[in-house]
Design a protein around this ligand. Sequence first.
Ligand SMILES: [Zn+2]
Length: 358
Amino acid sequence: MSKKTPVTAYPEFLKDLLEAKSPTGHEFAAQAVVDAYVEKSADKYHRDTLGNRIAELKGKGGPTLMFAGHIDEIGLIISHVDDKGFLYFEFLGGHDHVIPSGRRVHILTRNGPVLGITGKRAVHLLSPEDRKRVPERHDMWIDIGVTNRTEALTIVRIGDPAVYADGPEILRGSIGVARAFDDKAGAYVCMEAFRRLAKEKDLAARVVSVATTQEEIGTRGAQVAAQSINPQVSITVDVGHATDHPDADNRKFGKFTLSGGPIISRGPNINPLVFDQMIAAAESIDIPYQVAAESRPTGTDARAIQMANGGVACGLVSIPLRYMHTPGEIVDLTVVEQSVQLLVAFALQVKKNQSYAW
Ligand SMILES: [Zn+2]
């Protein structure tokens, strides 16, 4: 596919990842998708005790290059069932409290997904003061259409997780909308790049691509994967904020457009030689890109990976996204494809004796 051609349909692998319901710590469905698409391309493939999926290409004696994209997504976890059978929840990952009510959710039970509705008091019944207030978590509940606690507990168990029911659709042209582009898009980029690299003859680097777990609650899967893989260099692919909507002040958040190409980060979390190599890779394949300044450890797997073992040379590629951590996350599928091509180009540039010490 040409770099210039807009991508106006979901690649099957990405669609399957987006449809997999994989709240943090319960990544079973997304793991199964990665297993199905990636295992056969790998020289070695394994699973670890945090649920990471780790695919390896042996390479030709070069340094170990680790890709990391997380397959967990934000969700809810059932924490209490009241006498009438209404379910209360805690958050898995970061939620804006104005979002959860009035949604369809799927509760992942031992007998499969169960539909629920997130309820709260209707606007007509709110006092003028309450209308101005953001609801607290315990002001909301999940209604599964039962009449009492005993009945509810025949269907759900305490600790069952849930996700919003919204699946992937095309909004227009190459613009896709789904819940959990964060970070199924990034996991897809890492694993699709890996699948393409498996067909390359001149790959010096040992490439280890990881579908990481539990990123949304503190980059926990990446932390243990980086310790066990012990890479010299690593690229994390996550989503970043597109700031081209009406309520983003570019003075505060910088200027990043949805369709302007992958965002390449620069700052203390990023090895300067990796940054330079990433820019060279983007220019070698003639894709657009945007550069983000990150003043601190990033809120991504790169933060954990950089500090593993004796230190890892990290890079970060972010896919611009609007409305992060809502059921209506939006990305440009063309930028997702450009990001795959960027990782492939980067990996092929890693030389046998390459060092990232500086
Ligand atoms: Zn996130």
